[in-house]
Design a binder for this molecule. Sequence first.
Ligand SMILES: [Zn+2]
Length: 302
Amino acid sequence: MLPNGISVLERGWLSSNSILMVGRDSAALIDSGYGLHADQTLLLIQSTLQGRPLDVLLNTHLHSDHCGGNAALQNAFPKLLTHIPPGLSLHVQDWDPHALTYSPTGQSCPRFGFDAVLRPGTEIQLGDRLWQIHAAPGHDTHSVILFEPESRVLVSADALWERGFGVVFPELEGDDAFAAVSDTLDLIESLRPVIVIPGHGSAFTCVDQSLAFARQRLAGFVANPIKHLTYGAKVLLKFKLLEAQSIALTDFMAWTAATPYLPMIHASHFSAIEFAPWIEQLIQDLVRSGAASRQGADLRNA
Ligand SMILES: [Zn+2]
């Protein structure tokens, strides 16, 4: 289904997809997954490249599950040129894990550097093709998406999945961003992609259906922002479980209290109940939906 030279390394949900584009003269990778999988990411890329170096690395946005393998790749390929979106480049330069939201979300990302900043409205050569860079705020204010007009392939990051889109992080911080999500969906529609490679999940061609589903989901969040905040909090809990796989419930509760985004979300709209019972409710929701299970004193990923 995908054009020659493009392959998608799809892992579990903890790591974003990594998209490898191998051309005559150069090989490029979009997004590098979560730090925990960095060794696996490197091995997969080395085995696909068969001795050729990786020349270009690009991040659609700087969430830990999209750039956690950057450091390992930069280490393995000394001439690698890394391109990042413009918004947070100073924080990458000075390495500020707070401003990059790694510490506030309780996630980790090994320090990496960069060589260039992506400019929306321009193009970049990846493999043998020229890709348009588009700003795609919403899920992340600084995210970009990439479109190749000849094959009409879109790399949509977390702006559009087959079923939905990523948590709208600015909304968790109290900033309005649902309109930006809507504008980004309109932008995607206007590009008329035939294949979408999302940040998570398999590539898909049912683009109209996905856009309709995403708009419906967005309308639900706009009508009931509390639903989105609850979903956002559960995603943070699930991400921790994906990383830990199994954790003592007491340790998990301590982690939630020490992870600033969770008390922040709680204080914004849920302070009618205490923090710990609120987290307990969210855990129960995860267990009920089959995303987690309790085993004695432990909480497990399911
Ligand atoms: Zn993301």
